[in-house]
Design a protein around this ligand. Structure first.
Ligand code: 4NP
Length: 160
């Protein structure tokens, strides 16, 4: 099993959106027995909470349901995942600071590096304090990047 964890700050907006999209892509590709997806947050403010209503609405409008509960990412999570996917540069830095060793640090990637049309170091911006448009933007960015991430995993693990 290849394990992927999407990580943002609160685990109620961006990472649950990426998790829902990736789960849908994996199911469509019949790879749900090979690839497992989770999400977590670096902050603890929303632990136990469902995804933000605005994130759910933006995703449901595209046919993707979000059913996660927020949890905090811990250093121990590095041993459970092959890919630890950060939404923005601050998340990435926080993950690198939390990583116990080089093997763990090598698992950390910015999500949008898997979108080959995005500029280097492109981020998925925090939509929490913005309007609903920000959530559609997050969805679109996550969708394109998750397609690229799935292609990368398929190539690396030779899932055809
Ligand atoms: P997320 O969005 O990191 O995409 O889940 C946020 C959710 C909550 C907060 C910040 C960002 N907050 O400060 O409470």
């Amino acid at each position: 099993m290849v394990r992927v964890c999407f990580v943002c700050l609160g685990n109620i907006c961006r990472s649950p959106t990426a998790e829902g999209i990736m789960q849908s892509l994996i199911r469509d590709a019949h790879l749900h027995e090979q690839i497992d997806v989770d999400s977590a947050g670096l902050g603890a403010y929303h632990v136990g909470a469902p995804p933000d209503r605005r994130a759910k609405e933006a995703s449901e409008a595209r046919g993707i349901g979000l059913n996660s509960r927020a949890r905090q990412f811990t250093a121990e999570d590095f041993s459970s995942f092959d890919y630890v996917i950060a939404m923005d540069a601050e998340n990435r830095q926080d993950l690198l600071n939390l990583a116990p060793d080089g093997e763990a640090r090598a698992k950390v990637h910015l999500l949008r590096v898997f979108d080959l049309t995005a500029p280097a170091d492109a981020e998925v911006p925090d939509p929490y304090y913005g309007g609903p448009h920000g959530f559609d933007n997050v969805f679109d960015m996550c969708q394109v990047a998750c397609q690229g991430l799935l292609q990368t995993i398929r190539a690396e693990y030779q899932f055809n």
